[in-house]
Design a protein around this ligand. Structure first.
Ligand code: AMP
Ligand code: ZN
Ligand code: FE
Ligand code: FE
Length: 292
């Protein structure tokens, strides 16, 4: 709030959060309450590869909070001699679009197969966890490595989720690839479902390998709408680089918390998106409207 000018404070907009429908620790309803409590005006629910939390979030949405229904899609770039995983945020798409829904369902199944294989590798090395236990932590939501991390914490072998993601555990030694969606296919499917695709944390080198800028140029030509710049996993230099690239390509810039409840340290609303960028996303969407 700017004292004395009478101008309203700009809306606070967080376009990337996770609930128990994937690997967050708050239910969609609790997440809406947390968003409102943090003073947000707009929050996007972007669970991994699922829209399962949309209805509960919409029902629980407090007055004064706008809900943007979305997802974070597990993609892969199949480059000339490497395959690099990446995350695509998709906003306001039609959840009944057959082609997109089928791909999301396929990835969820692939996640189960991969999770089970990771558990087998850990068990072969004497780690006393089971696939049933891990599935229990996911409780019907999209299974991810954070659920395996929870099992590792239960054994006492690691103390925190971040420790479970160290290279000697799920970060490298027990990391297996998933059967993700080709990123060009994903951009096309999201657009065909009336959604707006935004590349999540594109320069987050601390999470692993990143794709070259040339790929982002090609994705922009293929229908990518925006780049997430302000994210906890981006250094100040990485944020500046993403902003410059977005300006060059005419892409929207977003910022978000990528809140996961107690699976990550970041607070909801820790990073936000400018109102004009949000308006551009809403104007481009043809699938479902924001709620509220
Ligand atoms: P998956 O989708 O199964 O490959 O797991 C990736 C998820 O693990 C991300 O969406 C984060 O929620 C979480 N994650 C990745 N790296 C870390 C980390 N270093 N500390 C805590 N959580 C992490
Ligand atoms: Zn996650
Ligand atoms: Fe992500
Ligand atoms: Fe995320």
């Amino acid at each position: 709030m700017t004292a004395g000018t009478g101008a309203p404070a700009p809306a606070r907009i967080d376009l990337h959060t996770h609930s128990t429908a994937s690997d967050g620790t708050l239910t969609p309803g609790e997440l809406m309450a947390a968003a409102s409590g943090a003073g947000l005006d707009v929050v996007a629910l972007t669970d991994h590869d699922t829209t399962a939390g949309w209805a509960a979030a919409a029902t629980a949405r407090p007055a004064g909070l706008t809900l943007v229904r979305g997802a974070e899609i597990s993609c892969r770039w199949y480059g000339p001699d490497t395959a690099i995983p990446l995350h695509l945020l998709a906003y306001l798409f039609d959840p009944t679009d057959r082609a997109l829904a089928a791909e999301l369902a396929r990835v969820r199944v692939a996640r189960e197969a991969r999770g089970e294989r990771i558990v087998e590798l850990l068990r072969a090395d004497g780690v006393d966890i089971t696939w049933d236990e891990v599935r229990g932590y996911a409780a019907g939501g999209t299974v991810g490595r954070p659920h395996i991390a929870t099992a590792l914490i239960r054994t006492g072998l690691v103390a925190t989720t971040s420790e479970a993601f160290e290279p000697r555990w799920l970060g490298e030694r027990y990391r297996l690839p998933k059967d993700d969606i080709d990123v060009f296919t994903a951009v096309r499917l999201v657009r065909e479902a009336g959604g707006v695709p935004v590349f999540a944390h594109p320069r987050a080198t601390r999470r692993g390998r990143i794709v070259p800028d040339e790929l982002i140029v090609e994705l922009a030509a293929a229908g990518l709408f925006g780049l997430e710049a302000d994210h906890t996993d981006h250094s100040p230099a990485e944020r500046a680089h993403v902003r410059a690239l977005a300006a060059e390509l005419g892409l929207v810039v977003t910022g978000s918390s990528d809140f996961h409840g107690s699976h990550k340290m970041v607070r909801i609303g820790a990073h936000t998106t400018a109102p004009d960028a949000y308006e551009r996303i809403v104007s481009a969407a043809r699938g479902v409207p924001p709620v509220g």
